[in-house]
Design a protein around this ligand. Sequence first.
Ligand code: NAD
Length: 297
Amino acid sequence: MTELIDGEEIAADLRSELQAAVDSLADSGHRPTLATVLMSPDPASETYVAMKQNDCEELGIDARDIELDVDEPASELFDVIDELNDDDDVDGILVQSPVPEHVDYREVLERIDPMKDVDGFHPENVGRLVAGYPRYKPCTPHGIQKLLEAEGIETEGKDAVVVGRSRIVGKPMANLFIQKAPGGNATTTICHSRTDDLAEKTRDADILVAATGIPEFIDGSMLSEGVVVIDVGINRVDADTDKGYELVGDVEFDSASEKASAITPVPGGVGPMTRAMLLYNTVKATGLQEGIDVALP
Ligand code: NAD
């Protein structure tokens, strides 16, 4: 029997645990504050930022919203980041990607104060993760760790196969799986667009994380019996619905379910966890910057 991993429910549990931390920080006069900066040519970005702000407000985290026109020069964005870096009331800064082509995203990431880098993408935070003493774990892979933990799925000694090597999902996921720490200690393979005979690798997986951005790319024939399947993909495909599209993952759900012992749905699997972990990192950022030991779930 295949278990459907309910990301919505696990994320709701996490949020209610985080609520206590937010309340206690607010009681001591340090209500967490997250600043989101939107300067994106992608219309979906506006929705993502709005969702992140709603999540904050529900928990009592102050959400500051800065919007820049996509035609503004890069220097405008850098000035905003500098101001937020210098503002003691701001604990976390998130610049929604993608940024316009004339802005160097790498420069953006390097500009954000690493203590306020709640995405965990600043090279200092990436370096700490790789070195084995993470500060802010990137939200999607951290959320996946929490999903596995909540489901009682052990990673130690398991063969984990990560398909995708992006900065935001694949690479940090693999780094978390190889940490000498709970949720780690897995023997980890990273596959990508130049991998030969992908199916041979994916069939070795006890835990498979799919993050390619290719709709229904991994199907049941590429999996072994009993695998745990974590589908990160969120892809819009044309469909006869009111919106004219539907969301599918990077895994072909029906055939994968026939092999998997547990699988995440799309939507309702990894997505809600990513959002919850942003709240987690914001609360952590407040604690670190205020010198308060915050109890985190
Ligand atoms: P990306 O485009 O940055 O990276 C895709 C990766 O897939 C690349 O590293 C590439 O090497 C690999 N790839 C491409 N073709 C391949 C092939 N034929 N075989 C093996 N690997 C191949 O994407 P990303 O930012 O990592 O996002 C991946 C997916 O996850 C997207 O659908 C995105 O929307 C989704 N996503 C979801 C969440 C969430 O919270 N659920 C968060 C981030 C991204």
